[in-house]
Design a protein around this ligand. Structure first.
Ligand code: NAP
Length: 256
């Protein structure tokens, strides 16, 4: 296993990031002897960078990721990408198979409806767009700017879209964009729903606490929620459902 000049040979953990959990994992590992590199896709113009080393941009599929892993002496691969970053999760599994480097998937649990929730599920953004007009006419769309094209043909629906960076066309014709980055408080979400007279919320089943208050605010206001189900994950990959569980699997319990 190679090490860079001046570095003692040891573990090199590559975190595939772009999530709050990936950043928290890098923060927890910062105090250990491990070399930690976080990889970001480069979708966000001004990302919040974690401690440790960072690299930005695609690797070139599973083979490219495998090459990077070998060239940089990676000993542990952690897929901490967003639950909807389906391609990258399969790339990670492919690269782990090609290199023999162990892979751990850090996946936050999905959301489940509770008493008082009126949730409708869709299998994709396109599926959500198909049922949306039957649920409401003023939609708060929190599925991210990348999938907006799936809703672009809905001329009868008014959309409030919240995203970190501005969306690119094609977008729905009746649209207001709110540039913001979570976490969001319940107070924020209540105010937003009321101010824009929202009558339906559209979300991916992202899970996690940073963006969950919108679900509580929708329940309180009696607003239906359209939830896009998570895509499939590669089979046979070890999973951790929290940063603490990931540290345990990586044998860094003391770093919590
Ligand atoms: P994706 O469709 O699964 O991946 C598309 C391509 O982007 C991959 O094939 C890979 O290119 C590159 N890529 C993705 N994640 C990468 C990473 N962490 N480091 C280096 N390259 C990466 O991914 P996506 O849904 O577009 O998401 C992109 C990033 O945004 C991910 O890091 C994810 O964690 C974050 N994110 C996604 C969502 C979402 O809803 N999808 C929400 C919040 C954050 P190569 O094949 O060339 O390696």
């Amino acid at each position: 296993m190679s090490a860079e000049p001046g570095r003692a040979p040891g573990r090199h953990i590559l975190i595939l990031g772009g999530t709050t959990e990936a950043r928290r994992l890098a923060e927890a590992l910062a105090g250990t002897a491990a070399r930690v590199t976080t990889s970001l896709a480069g979708r966000v113009a001004a990302p919040v960078l974690p401690p440790g080393e960072t690299r930005i941009g695609g690797f070139g599929g599973p083979a490219g990721l495998a090459r990077w892993i070998t060239a940089h002496g990676v000993t542990d691969l952690v897929d901490a990408t967003h639950p909807f970053a389906e391609r990258m999760s399969f790339n990670a599994a492919g690269a782990a198979a090609l290199t023999g480097v162990p892979l751990l998937a850090l996946r936050r649990p999905g959301w489940t409806p509770g008493p008082g929730d009126a949730w409708t599920f869709a299998d994709s953004l396109a599926g959500a767009a198909a049922v949306l007009p039957g649920l409401g006419g003023r939609a708060f769309l929190t599925t991210g700017r990348m999938g907006l094209h799936s809703f672009a043909h809905l001329t009868g629906t008014w959309f409030l879209v919240r995203s970190v960076d501005p969306p690119a066309p094609p977008v729905p014709p009746r649209l207001e964009v709110l540039l913001d980055r979570g976490p969001f408080t319940l107070e924020d979400e209540r105010e937003l729903l009321a101010r824009h007279r929202i009558d339906v919320l559209v979300t991916k089943d992202s899970g996690g606490s940073a963006t969950a208050p919108k679900l509580t605010a929708a329940r309180e206001a009696g607003i239906p929620v359209l939830v896009v189900r998570r895509p499939a994950v590669p089979e046979g990959v070890a999973e951790a459902d929290s940063v603490a569980a990931a540290l345990h699997r990586l044998r860094y319990d003391h770093a919590r």
